[in-house]
Design a protein around this ligand. Structure first.
Ligand code: ADP
Ligand code: TRP
Length: 331
């Protein structure tokens, strides 16, 4: 059976981008594959959280994973820092990861641009740690959004380089995965680019947002004065709202508003109202379970403990083999 690994950085609440790009696929995959889903708290250290924040954020993602329907009996759910074998593999892979290729990564270049005051080495080697997360379980399928595609390519590079260097077909090649035919990019509400935590207030709709907040955010989403010619191409902000509708609404709802747009009869107020209601319905089952799961501290502790045991079992097997391949020996 193929192995699946994915994780999300614990830097805040999960939004619809995380949900449709990653978590929804986790839930479907757990019935078909051997799955490892983790909370990337080592990765979150690049942004220097306080100790209290670090733990709160990890718990928050764990709760949202469970509320979204990841079942600890089917998939292994764990906290990355409970599996220190990952750091050991990260060290080995770092020895064969080169400055040039790391500096060329799009996500690194973006971070240098957005946070020039915090260009730390952890940020530079972020894709190596991510490769270690994946290779430690010898995974072949990695459910992530479109923005992670380049990281997957780097994971293949590092795994293949290890294999070549030691003359062992050891690590299989991991590929980004989505159940639909394409990787997903969920747009934000600000009229440009993807939905993301760091894209500014109002851009993201969170799984924890109440229906009132969702309505408010969607009604405020950037639009324009409306089409003036029939069948005119949609500007980015409008296309983004239609893309969101394609994700959360029924096909005939989408077709209905698409027709209205093409006939220049669309009223953005109605369109946004419908979009907000469909977002509310799509996220309702997750939202409803969040507070109940959050209150059950014993359950959360058990899930994390059980997950750590299973993840370490798999990780320590790989590390034992890697050490042998590299040539470490006991006296
Ligand atoms: P953020 O961009 O909010 O910081 P992360 O980078 O932590 O989110 O992403 C976690 C997971 O969610 C990754 O698999 C990523 O590909 C996916 N993801 C994040 N934003 C989007 C989006 N707008 N569309 C699709 N997938 C996304
Ligand atoms: N880089 C991913 C993100 O920003 C998070 C991540 C870390 C991850 N390690 C991973 C995703 C391993 C998939 C597999 O969202």
């Amino acid at each position: 059976m193929e192995t699946v690994v994915s994780g999300i950085r614990s830097t805040g609440k999960l939004h619809l981008g995380n949900y449709y790009g990653a978590v929804k696929n986790f839930v479907k995959m757990q019935d078909e594959y051997k799955c490892f889903f983790f909370i990337a708290d080592y990765h979150s250290l690049t942004t220097h959280p306080t100790p209290a924040n670090l733990h709160d954020n990890v718990r928050s993602v764990l709760v949202e994973y469970l509320a979204a329907g990841i079942d600890p009996e089917k998939a292994t759910i764990y906290v990355q820092s409970d599996v220190p074998e990952v750091v050991e593999l990260y060290l080995y892979l770092n020895m064969n990861a080169y400055m040039g290729e790391l500096e060329r990564s799009t996500s690194f270049k973006d971070k240098v641009r957005s946070h020039p005051d915090n260009v730390n080495a952890g940020l530079l080697t972020y894709p190596v740690l991510m490769a270690a997360d994946i290779l430690i379980h010898k995974a072949t399928k990695v459910p992530v959004g479109k923005d992670q595609e380049q990281h997957l390519e780097m994971s293949r590079t590092f795994g293949n380089r290890f294999n070549r260097m030691y003359g062992h077909e050891f690590f299989p090649e991991p590929y980004a995965f989505n159940f639909t035919d394409k990787l997903v990019k969920v747009p934000g509400l600000d009229g440009k680019g993807k939905m993301g935590k760091s894209e500014g207030e109002g851009n993201a709709v969170y799984l924890r947002d109440t229906p009132e907040i969702i309505r408010k955010k969607v009604m405020k989403a950037v639009s324009d004065g409306g089409p003036s010619e029939e069948n005119q191409p949609k500007p980015e902000a409008i296309q983004n709202l239609f893309d969101l509708m394609k994700i959360v609404s029924a096909e005939d709802t989408y077709a209905h508003f698409d027709n209205l747009y093409n006939n220049c009869q669309i009223r953005y107020g109605d369109f946004k109202k419908q979009l907000a209601e469909d977002m509310i319905v799509a996220t309702q089952p997750v939202r409803e379970r969040i507070s109940e799961i959050e209150a059950n501290k014993t359950y959360l502790r058990e899930v994390a403990r059980y997950g750590a045991i299973k993840a370490r079992e798999s990780a320590s097997k790989t590390i034992r083999e890697v050490r042998e391949i590299i040539g470490f020996k006991n006296f």
